[in-house]
Design a binder for this molecule. Structure first.
Ligand code: ADE
Ligand code: ZN
Length: 358
């Protein structure tokens, strides 16, 4: 490979590299992928009036989120306007096409957060979302699966009830469960029964840990039996837990831009030093964009900000993609196909870039 992590990569061509690289998306919330335009159209359709007369230009005022909690209230509004089968179809389709395939995302495992859609039943959500997944795949080739997320700010009983509903409405597209919303308001151990039930039913498991402490990562691995950690930046504060996660190759789904704005990775200053520490420690880091329009980002941009801030070039950026392929919840043959396609696309990028070098 002629293109590597050299200063040459950190110039205008890195923008095109960040865009063209194949990506595998393991940390995007369906609600958080809705565009401002779609949100406003769905609000009008259902007669929901936006507070303060907000419009598409100022709806997602990401610089104003003082903390995760403030952002989550915006998410609540978005979830409340996605109601019927058509709405779920539209949001899923747009998320996977313009929000995914257009950024060379080959495969996405999407968080579906039923507690965030108070006006809809779980079967209604599934019907629209699965249709959106199917149509996006037919039109662009992007493949996808679903992770049903428990809202950790709600009760443990509600979490368990959601898992029972997932099991009662079992479909192949739903490959696992997750735990979202603010960690400070719902420690992982609170949901051990829901996770035990999911394990019994053969569902994969992951959980958010954005604010820590690092011991929560042990709880997520050992008590909840998770095979991935969402965010997990605080791991590097504990050398023993870090060493264990390196040895076990635990995947961390990091989201640079949303975490920086949410101020739980780094200091909100764009340096992304926590992610650099994780990479340098040898952890299995993957990159995604969480709630892209709401944080003014997209899958290409999250690769780009790391390239710019940390000098990462082709080698490290492709490592993020290969780490994500290792971490997917697909069967071995689908995983192998994904790996083959990613390798083919990366080889084409390298070949084109080599030809362009004088
Ligand atoms: N739901 C959507 N985005 C989230 C995040 N960054 N943390 C927790 N829950 C979320
Ligand atoms: Zn998230």
């Amino acid at each position: 490979m002629s293109v590597s992590d050299t200063p040459r990569a950190v110039d205008a061509s890195v923008i095109s590299l960040a865009h063209s690289l194949p990506k595998v998306s393991l940390h995007c919330h369906l609600i958080g992928t809705i565009s401002a335009t779609t949100l406003l159209e769905l609000a009008a359709k259902h007669g929901v009036v936006m507070e303060g007369g907000r419009n598409a230009d100022n709806l997602f005022d990401h610089d104003s989120y003082e903390d995760l909690g403030e952002f989550l209230r915006v998410l609540d509004v978005a979830g409340s306007v996605i109601r019927d089968v058509d709405d779920f179809h539209r949001v899923t389709y747009e998320s996977l096409t313009q929000g995914g395939a257009d950024h060379n995302v080959l495969y996405r495992e999407i968080f579906l957060s039923p507690p965030g859609h108070a006006h809809s039943s779980y079967p209604t959500m599934l019907e629209g979302v699965v249709a959106g997944m199917r149509d996006a795949r037919a039109d662009t080739g992007i493949d996808s699966r679903l992770i049903v997320a428990i809202n950790r700010e709600r009760s443990a009983a509600e979490g368990l009830q959601l898992v029972e509903e997932v099991i009662a409405n079992r479909i192949d597209e739903v490959v696992g469960i997750g735990l979202d919303y603010a960690e400070v308001n719902g420690p992982p151990e609170k949901f051990w029964k829901a996770y035990r039930r999911a394990a019994e039913a053969g569902l994969n498991r992951t959980a958010h840990s954005e604010s820590g402490p690092p011991e929560n990562i042990e709880t997520i691995l050992d008590l909840l039996g998770c095979s991935r950690i969402d965010h997990g930046y605080h791991v590097v504060e504990d050398p023993d837990i870090t060493a264990r996660c390196v040895a076990e190759r635990v995947p961390f789904t990091c989201t640079p831009v949303s975490s920086d704005i949410g101020r739980y990775s780094g200091n909100g200053d764009g340096t992304h030093t926590k992610i650099a520490e994780m990479v340098d420690a040898g952890l299995c880091v993957t990159i995604d964009s969480d709630d892209p329009p709401m944080f003014g980002t997209d899958p290409s941009n999250d690769y780009l900000v790391l390239a710019k801030a940390l000098g990462y070039g082709l080698d490290q950026l492709t490592a993020f993609t290969y780490n994500a392929i290792d971490a997917v919840w697909l069967d071995e043959s689908d995983k192998q196909s994904l790996q083959t396609e990613a390798t083919r696309r990366i080889a084409a990028i390298v070949e084109a870039d080599t030809a362009a070098i004088p």
